[in-house]
Ligand binder design. Structure first.
Ligand code: ADP
Length: 170
């Protein structure tokens, strides 16, 4: 960990968040018990367009964490560890689900540690009833007209319904 003054510990929670789910939100809430400030940061994928644009995702995160004054949303280009350094963050938060997250997360954690040894990766284990929730599963359920409301924060539900409505009307 870097030598941040006590009371100033910042963590970055990076991801695609396309869109943010209740699984992600719970990780933010738990990270805030460990850190003073949590930045939920959307990485820009060089080729993938995504379901929501990066700025829409940042706005949806912002609306979904409005009740958490010590959390904020942002986007970043380039290496995530560079963004962490710019923000004065001492840790990267990642959520861990039992189905396949571990190997990729471990590899990414090792690479980040190699590049920026002072920044720790902190893994928070997904809540059992959130372990199957993923952004892609939610997009899939929504696409097929299933009920996905309980898996996403309200602003995401509204944005997805309005997008599905406008598609149905076009
Ligand atoms: P990425 O494309 O970087 O994996 P995601 O938006 O899918 O981005 O996920 C961001 C982080 O949140 C990852 O660490 C992922 O493992 C974690 N995560 C995703 N869904 C859940 C969930 N339901 N519960 C806990 N953590 C989750």
């Amino acid at each position: 960990m870097s030598d941040e003054p006590l009371g100033q510990r910042t963590a970055v929670y990076p991801g695609s968040f396309d869109p943010i789910t209740r699984g992600h939100l719970e990780i933010v809430e738990r990270a805030l018990r460990l850190f003073d400030q949590v930045i939920v940061a959307v990485g820009r994928h060089p080729t993938k367009k995504g379901y929501f644009s990066v700025s829409e995702r940042v706005d949806l995160i912002s609306a979904s964490i409005a009740h958490l004054p010590r959390a904020r949303s942002a986007n970043f280009d380039g290496l995530m560890v560079n963004f962490c350094v710019e923000q004065g963050a001492s840790a990267i938060i990642r959520g861990l689900r039992p189905m396949g997250d571990f190997e990729t997360e471990y590899q990414m954690g090792m690479a980040n540690r190699d590049i920026a040894p002072t920044i720790e990766t902190v893994f928070l284990i997904a809540r059992p009833d959130h372990q199957f929730i993923s952004s892609s599963l939610i997009r899939e359920i929504a696409h097929h007209g299933g009920d996905f409301q309980r898996y996403v924060p309200e602003p995401v539900f509204e944005a997805m319904m309005s997008r599905l409505g406008s598609k149905a009307g076009s």
